[in-house]
Design a protein around this ligand. Sequence first.
Ligand SMILES: [Zn+2]
Length: 195
Amino acid sequence: MTDTICVRCGAVTPPHDVVSVASPDGAFRLLCSRCFNTGMAHLADVHTFEHPEFTPVCLPDADGVVHEFHFRSLLFGDQLSLDAFELASGGEDCAGFHFQLLGDPQSDPFELLGVLVQKVKRALAVRHVVERSGHLEVAGTTVRGRIEWDGSENGRLPCVVIDGRRIDWTDFGAMLMAFEGWQFRIELVDPSDEA
Ligand SMILES: [Zn+2]
């Protein structure tokens, strides 16, 4: 994906900072997150809102591998959504860690950032899959991850992202065969909650 020009301010904007907004005539306009938030603050009467800009933060995972997190804040009326995510590499759009926090738009954005970074650190400290002789295995008996769109399956089957790694549904199934005969429990958790 390439950079986009914001239709309101003309800023050259990377894909992860672009918001597609429907106009009353049904057409979609591409805005940078700053212009989206400024418009939303006006609509939602959040006069004190200032669009926060956060610089990327590097955080190590449980194996000491450093991950670079970018941030995006979007105002949705009475809630401010703050996302921390890794940029896609190697054409794997859905891979990488991605965390979200919902907060009060009137609160200090840097306080929200602090809470989100703590959430990221807690998640990075836990390993759910390990590589043994070239194969991924479930490390313990709990797996946390994210359900994502798999383009090669045209959305018929998901792929999952565990420890920031994209894993095909069939490969995930193969990993579970180590637990043949075991029971399992699936709990679906909102992106902004802690899994
Ligand atoms: Zn803009």
